[in-house]
Design a binder for this molecule. Structure first.
Ligand SMILES: Nc1ncnc2c1ncn2[C@@H]1O[C@H](COP(=O)(O)OP(=O)(O)OP(=O)(O)O)[C@@H](O)[C@H]1O
Ligand SMILES: O=P(O)(O)OC[C@H]1O[C@H](OP(=O)(O)OP(=O)(O)O)[C@H](O)[C@@H]1O
Ligand SMILES: [Mg+2]
Length: 292
């Protein structure tokens, strides 16, 4: 293989846009067009292999790609159902969802204790089978390729094991989740193969940049004016900031300016609490890049 680092990515779907955006935020310049399988990064020796998400773990395992971005659910399923040399190098925090057991509202299956002797429809036989065996439940799996939420209404299973995010799909089909068997997010995977020195250096650089992008997306710069008497209480409320800068305001003896880097999410509730303590002119600013 050439010395260009090859990254397997989902071409289109729930992972694709955030994967492309993450790599672009890391400074990779590329364009995804038409039906091409390979996109070349213009400013770094990196190629993007654009494929169906299910193929990503095996491509990484079989050396068709050096690394890949895939849902943890797909990685774990492939680890359980095949011989796979691919493990998580970094968690990426997007495409969060959970693999859940769900059954029709008002039906006979209400919890995992009702599953014995029933049929469960799923596209994740490996993870579902592991859960059943760990829980000592003897149920039959009905493997499907998609549209699993329809299985109970067409009479092929009493419950399903499928991905849930907002819960809208379950609700639209009159189903309720009663057990989460796997929590998932997008992950960057690699094999145990040793990479060339050049690729290792490039991968390390990419991983550090991804870390920086994830950290800066959670980090905000907060600026506000506060009554002097409330500075201690106000700085206590700033999420994940340890040393705020406190400065005098020209021509004002009662108020001071407070500025801090918050390393945790700043929610509307925090701003409301700050305001209740007398903070004014509160600004929350994004941080574009970070490196410590
Ligand atoms: N509703 C959701 N919300 C957030 N993430 C999700 C959701 N559904 C799935 N995912 C995550 O995104 C991954 C890809 O989902 P998608 O629906 O695009 O897969 P797919 O239809 O199998 O795509 P492909 O055509 O590449 O095979 C899933 O494996 C999961 O990790
Ligand atoms: O809880 P929700 O927010 O409704 O999300 C869950 C749905 O999302 C995924 O399917 P997707 O919409 O990607 O379509 P697909 O079934 O064609 O993969 C998943 O397979 C569920 O069906
Ligand atoms: Mg798929």
């Amino acid at each position: 293989m050439s010395d260009r680092l090859r990254i397997a990515l989902q071409k289109k779907g729930r992972l694709a846009d955030d994967s492309f955006a993450l790599l672009k935020a890391c400074g990779l310049r590329f364009a995804i067009r038409g039906g091409g399988l390979l996109a070349r990064v213009k400013n770094m020796p990196i190629d993007l292999l654009l494929v169906r998400d299910d193929d990503i773990p095996s491509f990484v395992s079989n050396d068709a790609a050096d690394i890949g971005i895939v849902g943890e659910n797909v990685l774990v399923e492939e680890q359980l159902t095949g011989e796979l040399d691919a493990t998580i190098a970094m968690r990426l925090g997007f495409s969060r969802c959970r693999l859940c057991l769900a059954a029709p509202d008002g039906g006979t299956v209400k919890s995992k204790t009702d599953l014995s002797g029933t049929r469960i429809a799923t596209t994740y036989p490996g993870v579902t089978r592991r859960f059943l065996s760990d829980s000592g439940i003897d149920a039959k799996l009905v493997e499907m390729k998609g549209a699993v939420e329809l299985a109970p209404s067409i009479g092929v299973a009493e419950s399903i094991c499928d991905l849930v995010s907002s819960g809208a799909t379950l609700e639209a089909n009159g189903l309720s989740a009663f057990e989460t068997i796997l929590k998932s997010e997008a992950v960057l995977i690699r094999s145990s193969r040793e990479l060339s020195a050049a690729k290792t250096e490039l991968l390390d650089k990419l991983l550090r940049r991804i870390e920086g992008v994830i950290k800066s997306s959670e980090t905000k710069y907060i600026m506000l004016n506060a009554p002097k008497s409330q500075v201690a209480a106000i700085t206590n409320l700033l999420p994940g900031s340890d040393a705020p800068t406190v400065m005098p305001l020209a021509g004002n003896d009662e108020l001071v300016a407070v500025q801090a880097v918050c390393t945790e999410n700043v929610f509307w509730e925090t701003l409301e609490d700050l305001k209740a303590l007398g903070a004014r002119a509160i600004l929350v600013l994004p941080i574009e890049k970070m490196m410590s």
